[in-house]
Design a protein around this ligand. Structure first.
Ligand SMILES: *Cc1c(COP(=O)(O)O)cnc(C)c1O
Length: 404
């Protein structure tokens, strides 16, 4: 979107680099007081003036958003490029809006393994929306090509690296395959963030973010974004879907998100450097069977990741523990510094046994631990995992039943 010229904010120069845009949240200032951080205006409705005009062109929070919503959108838009961005009340609200606004009967090709919530939503609600959902291992371009060519396809959806296996998908090649078939390419860019991957440069048509994760970065907001490479009819319907479907975030969440995005670049650089170091430490560890991290030269996705990611490989990795059934779960239970919590992308490092979290139907292998690396000293994180691995080996009681 164009930076707002609404009276309380002043537009900013367009030629600053992305790190500068992030640091000063696109330079929006309160024109009334000069306050550097944006004012939190918690109004859901806006009063008209004596001549029945709307002073900021906004009538109702759900319909037009707010200056804060516009600021968050302008920051994300400038970080991703393209022509516009829309803020949603969650990543899932953003992702599902894309699928819900396709013409009835549309066929979509999605990754075999992707964010679990979206897989589940497509299974629960896809049929009733008339969506035909084809799953393909998107790390394998021949499989993607075959799936797209099998029948007329409206949308190809990819995620790279893909949660929680960190399989890498060649975004540029998928864009080509999708476009050849007249389909759109949508990219869930939550994990790499615009710091490491810029999907519009690789040919994507739509970008989706769970802003809950790295963009906000402090585990205190649920939010989501969509961004588009061009303004078209589908984008207009997405805007209308948010307006009428009501998936707008609250003002406090939006404020926190704008604040969180200011430190996105330095956070991602440190997080990615730490994740690389931790992955390298465990790659030849006697109790770790495999480390899934695209930054490792031996990772099957490394060559593609090195081409489409810059400045690091993000902060997500999975360790496959070598041992009996619930050894991995016992490792998670014995961590002291890593918090055994779901989600990712915050300043605190998290460890999760996805198999337990996803429950029945989970495709996550029981030996896998998913790590979200935060901003702690990487040596402290390595030491915590080492002590947890040692204690887990002698911790006989599985204690599965009281693990929530
Ligand atoms: C968390 C997440 C989502 C869903 O976002 P919410 O903000 O939790 O609704 C989608 N994709 C990925 C990769 C995620 O990690």
């Amino acid at each position: 979107m164009q930076p707002s010229n609404r009276s309380t904010y002043s537009p900013w120069r367009q030629d600053y680099r992305r790190e500068t845009v992030a640091a000063q949240a696109d330079g929006w200032r309160c024109a009334v007081t000069g306050a550097v951080p944006p004012p939190i205006t918690i109004g859901a409705t806006y009063a008209r003036t004596g001549d029945y005009a709307l002073p900021a062109g906004m009538a109702y929070l759900r319909d037009q958003g707010s200056p804060l919503v516009e600021q968050a959108e302008s920051v994300l838009h400038r970080l991703e490029g393209g022509t516009d961005a829309l803020l949603f009340s969650s990543g899932m609200a953003a992702a599902t809006a894309v699928f819900a606004t396709l013409p009835a009967g549309s066929r979509v090709v999605v990754p075999e393994t992707m964010y679990f919530g979206l897989t589940r939503w497509l299974r629960e609600f896809g049929p009733q929306l008339g969506l035909v959902v084809a799953a393909a291992p998107t790390g394998d371009l021949d499989a993607v090509r075959a799936a797209v060519r099998a029948a007329p396809t409206a949308l190809v959806w990819v995620e790279s690296p893909c949660n929680p296996t960190w399989v890498v998908t060649d975004v540029a090649a998928c864009a080509e395959i999708a476009h050849e078939a007249g389909a759109l390419l949508g990219v869930d860019n939550t994990v790499p963030t615009p710091v490491h991957t810029q999907p519009f440069e690789l040919g994507a048509d739509l970008i989706m973010h769970s802003a809950t994760k790295y963009l906000n970065g402090h585990t205190d907001v649920v939010g989501g974004f969509l961004a588009t490479s061009t303004e078209n009819e589908h984008w207009a319907r997405l805007r209308l879907h948010r307006q009428l479907g009501g998936a707008v975030p609250g003002q406090l969440e939006t404020y926190l998100l704008v604040r969180g995005m200011k430190t996105l670049f330095p956070r991602m650089r440190q997080i990615s450097a730490s994740a690389q170091r931790i992955a390298e430490h465990f790659v030849e560890h006697p109790v770790i069977r495999r480390v899934a991290y695209p930054g490792l030269p031996g990772d099957p996705g490394h060559a593609v990741a090195a081409r489409q990611m810059r400045d690091g490989f993000s902060g997500m990795l999975s360790l496959h523990v070598d041992g009996p059934g619930d050894l991995a779960l016992r490792v998670a239970r014995n961590c002291e510094l890593f918090l055994a919590a779901t989600s990712l992308g915050g300043v605190e490092s998290l460890i999760e046994h996805r198999h337990t979290f996803e429950g029945p139907g989970s495709t996550a292998p029981p030996d896998m631990l998913r790590l979200s690396i935060g901003l702690e000293d990487p040596d402290d994180l390595i030491a915590d995992l080492e002590q947890a691995l040692k204690r887990a080996a002698v911790d006989e009681a599985p204690r599965l039943e009281d693990h929530r």
